[in-house]
Design a protein around this ligand. Structure first.
Ligand SMILES: [Zn+2]
Length: 183
């Protein structure tokens, strides 16, 4: 658990998908969610930066990422999800102001053809409206954006959830450059 979160947290940082203190990662095992500590540096995680919280309620959430309610809502809505990753990928987030649905144009669009954008939630980590809106979106999409904030992805493990964020950011980077070249 620690090894995976540490490995992919470092990759998120090195790939420029988060800033120093942004982003969070969780893994679900049975009725427990293992989630990164609030304010932890994902690029340099130690084992004490991983907090175990309850799947069913927030009684042990103290110290856990402020986005824990979003992670929990996604797990509760779909038992097949075993990992949730949140990052602040710059190209995807830049596009999020101008789109309600991003449709990538590159070869990876076969894998992720559509990225929905939650447009009407105010800034703030763990926002109630994200908790309410995301579970439905993630029934049909593995990654979604919050306008002006960042991306959430889900997967069967941390590797898959992280890879999806990375793919979406690359799709958005290519779309961004195509838009520039079209001008
Ligand atoms: Zn965030």
């Amino acid at each position: 658990m620690y090894t995976d979160i540490s490995k992919y947290g470092k990759m998120l940082w090195e790939a420029g998908l988060i800033h120093l203190t942004s982003g969070n990662i969780s893994v679900r095992k049975g009725s427990v969610i293992y989630v990164t500590r609030t304010g932890s540096l994902l690029g340099d995680i130690s084992s004490s930066d991983i907090i175990s919280v309850n799947l069913e309620n927030n009684r042990r959430d103290k110290g856990a990422s402020s986005e824990t309610p979003v992670h929990r809502a996604l797990y509760l809505a779909n038992p097949e999800i075993s990992s949730v990753v949140h990052a602040h990928p710059p190209y995807a987030t830049a596009l999020s102001w101008d789109y309600t649905t991003i449709q990538p144009i590159d070869s990876d669009s076969i894998i992720i053809p559509e990225i929905p954008v939650l447009t009407d939630c105010p800034y703030g980590e763990g926002a109630t409206c994200v908790v309410e809106s995301f579970p439905k979106l993630f029934l049909t999409h593995p990654v979604a954006l919050i306008r002006g904030h960042g991306a959430f992805s889900v997967g069967k493990d941390v590797r898959q959830a992280t890879a999806r964020i990375s793919m979406v950011e690359n799709e958005c980077r290519l779309l961004f450059f195509r838009k520039l070249l079209e001008k």
